[in-house]
Ligand binder design. Sequence first.
Ligand SMILES: [Zn+2]
Length: 86
Amino acid sequence: MQPSWMAPVKYSILAFCSYCDRTHPARLTITMEDGPTKKATVGEAFKHKTLPSNLARLLNNAILCPETANSVMLKDRNKVYLVSIN
Ligand SMILES: [Zn+2]
């Protein structure tokens, strides 16, 4: 049986970087009440949900790759990950 209320879980956002094939933290944390229990992409986690405005904003922006100093665009929500923080 599913509990009717779940404690909100905090997630940090990681972005996959095609320049160095690693994920980089995007310096954003979000909270979800019924979010994924494992590492999931934004595309999976928000398939049937509206993106929170701070996350939507992030997806219109780029982060800097610390390895190559390239700008990594975060447009592809299937390459942006949510990882729960305890
Ligand atoms: Zn990188």
